[in-house]
Design a protein around this ligand. Structure first.
Ligand SMILES: [Zn+2]
Ligand SMILES: [Zn+2]
Length: 337
């Protein structure tokens, strides 16, 4: 939250009673007034006039928004040319609220990595708010009522309902997405819903972002075997909110991310992210960003360099130690011009 410095009323009551008294008290009073004015001016220039940190998203940049949806996932990708993809929709209305704030009314792609509530719960509101052209999700009967309702809503929306298979690619302007996991149906899905997560690699210019949903060991093994060193990425969104069974050492040794992003809720009951997971990511990633600490996390790239901004500041990650993160986002700067 931006630290709104409330302008303090500088109480400068006129002490000019001009009783024609002694010179000294009147001089003293004048000095007090002058000091008060100077002090309040100092406060003014120091706090109030401090310019809002400007976020300049250079033209031609892709922006990846790891939206703070509490315990859950919702990641918005905006291409330089304005196309949009939302990967997961969080549990409640936060994702829709965020899209609404940005004035996004159309989604080119809406991806549901798997059918757990913390990824699809906010799906109905997103579908209500936006015109969705394509939905990517697995082709099996969801295990929960929300998932079943979601299938109906997708049908009603009239979106293309696609069930991506390993090797399938999608484009969002100049951004490419490749699906790294095989399509699942009733016959080959895992009993653990997290292991059904669709994993995608995003490539923009020379930069790569890996999205693994809530994949854990089994699903990670699938991509490790198939892709090996091709899993190298700049930004890794930690699997399953930083659960200990995700972000294995084997996977991290291949991804070797520069940035690790954890999407989890403040004080969540699962104790995500777990220290072990954070350590395995931080072995490579110099920058760890967490939605529970930083709020919305944005990573921008022009295809070569990467930069990040966060909604909140924190100077301390309890799991990593000191890490100063700054830059508060003004509301309107979230989307590339
Ligand atoms: Zn989840
Ligand atoms: Zn899950």
């Amino acid at each position: 939250m931006p630290q709104n410095q409330k302008k303090k009323n500088t109480k400068k009551k006129s002490t000019k009673k001009s009783s024609g008294g002694a010179l000294m008290p009147s001089l003293l009073a004048t000095m007090v007034i002058v000091v008060a004015i100077l002090a309040s001016y100092f406060v003014y220039i120091t706090y109030l006039k401090e310019p809002e940190p400007e976020i300049t998203i250079p033209e031609g940049s892709a922006v990846v928004h790891y939206i703070d949806v509490g315990q859950g996932d919702a990641t918005l990708i905006v291409a330089p040319t304005g196309e949009t993809m939302l990967i997961d929709a969080g549990e409640r209305g936060d994702a829709a609220e965020y899209l609404d704030k940005l004035g996004i009314e159309t989604l080119d792609y809406l991806v549901f990595t798997h059918y757990d509530f913390d990824h699809i719960g906010g799906g109905d509101e997103v579908l209500e708010l936006c015109e969705v052209k394509n939905v990517l999700a697995s082709d099996y009967e969801p295990h929960n009522k929300t998932g079943k309702t979601l299938h109906t809503l997708i049908e009603d929306e009239g979106a293309n309902f696609l069930h991506p298979d390993k090797g399938d690619t999608f484009t969002l302007g100049d951004i490419q997405f490749e699906v790294l996991t095989k399509a699942l149906t009733e016959s080959n899905k895992h009993s653990d819903e997290n292991e059904n997560s669709i994993i995608m690699m995003m490539t923009f210019g020379e930069t790569k972002f890996l999205f693994t949903g809530d994949a854990e060991k089994k699903r990670e093994a699938e991509i490790i075997d198939s892709y090996g060193k091709k899993l190298d990425a700049d930004v890794y969104k930690a699997g399953h909110h930083g659960a200990d069974n995700a972000s294995s050492a084997e996977l991290m040794a291949l991804v070797t991310p520069d940035y690790g992003v954890f999407s989890c809720g403040v004080g969540n009951k699962y104790d995500h992210p777990r220290q072990g997971a954070v350590d395995r990511v931080a072995k490579y990633a110099e920058t760890i960003l967490r939605t529970d600490l930083h709020g919305d996390v944005l990573i921008t790239t022009d295809g070569e360099a990467l930069a990040y901004q966060t909604e909140k500041t924190t100077d301390k990650d309890p799991l990593i130690g000191l890490k100063v993160v700054y830059a508060i986002l003004p509301e309107k700067a979230y989307v590339a011009a």
